[in-house]
Design a protein around this ligand. Structure first.
Ligand SMILES: [Zn+2]
Length: 301
């Protein structure tokens, strides 16, 4: 049995949804250096914190900008690397390649391998689990699409949620984690190339996965008043025609506090530029790794 769980999630800000608006690409790009846009109609998706952290697991200094532990929830991260992970049998190829690009982003940030793909989770989908936390009990780190989101106990508007186990009831380290994506309400794919289907909002998988993997690796939310281009900022653009697939210099510095750095990644500014250049080309060039899954199959069904 896992000892303590803590959880972060993302939720759409209703007010933001009500205030869909047209903006000029140039002004958006200027305001959000990491932001990519290829559509005309933009809306801001707010990634509000949504967690049920049990007492005793939370790092008190996560939200104190003067603390060395600012922006961290597990300052020692995963003790055993690489993190072996499995994917849902229902994960489409486009979603999987976006996940791998998000993984690569964090690996570039520290200059080392953090993850190892352990294959598909045989016979298991997000819907195989009756509730939110039971997916942690199998000892495998899963990336799941949940087509029946209500059984997670989360609000219908929550985009995804990361759950993890802290061994020994201590927040410092993580030994198991899953990410569960709300594929009932959202079409989670490549927001720069795909269109919404089945009345589901289109959400950019790579942007969302980069944010959720940040939680999985030990990062907390960072308010935009401290770092407006942070991927851990709970207010980013990731809907149709929009992506935020890069890391801020602050994101890189914070992940390096947990995992250190190797080689040229230790230059956080240069690493942020390199990631932005590689991420910008992704999705527009279609340079995603090929998988055997059926193209266009829908998650969660
Ligand atoms: Zn979050």
């Amino acid at each position: 049995m896992p000892n303590m769980h803590s959880e972060r999630g993302v939720v759409i800000d209703i007010m933001a949804m009500l205030t869909r608006y047209l903006l000029i690409t140039g002004s958006i790009t200027a305001a959000f250096a990491n932001f990519i846009a290829c559509g005309a109609q933009f809306y801001k998706v707010s990634l509000k914190e949504d967690h049920e952290q049990k007492q005793g697991t939370q790092l008190a200094n996560s939200f104190d900008p003067d603390s060395p532990e600012f922006g961290l929830h597990a300052p020692k991260g995963w003790r055993n690397l690489p993190i072996r992970y499995k994917t849902d049998t229902n994960m489409p190829a486009l979603q999987f390649s976006a996940l791998k690009s998000a993984i690569q982003t964090w690996e570039l940030a520290v200059g080392r391998t953090l993850f190892s793909f352990d294959g598909k989770h045989a016979g298991k989908t997000g819907d195989s689990f009756p509730d939110l936390y039971s997916s942690l009990r199998d000892g495998l780190n899963g990336q799941y699409n949940d087509g029946i989101w209500s059984k997670t106990g989360k609000s219908r508007m929550v985009l995804a949620t990361t759950i993890w186990n802290n061994p020994g009831n201590a927040y410092e380290t993580i030994d198991a984690a899953d990410i569960r994506y709300n594929s009932e309400v959202y079409f989670i794919s490549d927001a720069l190339t795909e269109k919404p289907i089945d009345d589901r909002e289109l959400v950019d998988m790579q942007s969302l996965a980069t944010h959720e993997l940040g939680h999985l690796l030990g990062l907390a939310h960072v308010d935009e008043k401290y770092d407006s281009s942070s991927i851990m900022n709970p207010s980013i653009f990731i809907g149709e025609g929009m992506a935020n697939r890069s890391l801020s210099v602050g994101d890189i510095q914070r992940i390096q506090k947990i995992y250190g750095c190797q080689g040229s990644s230790c230059n956080a500014e240069a690493t942020a530029r390199a990631i932005m250049q590689s991420r910008t080309s992704f999705g527009l060039s279609g340079a995603a790794p090929k998988e055997n899954d059926e193209e266009g199959s829908q998650p969660g069904h």
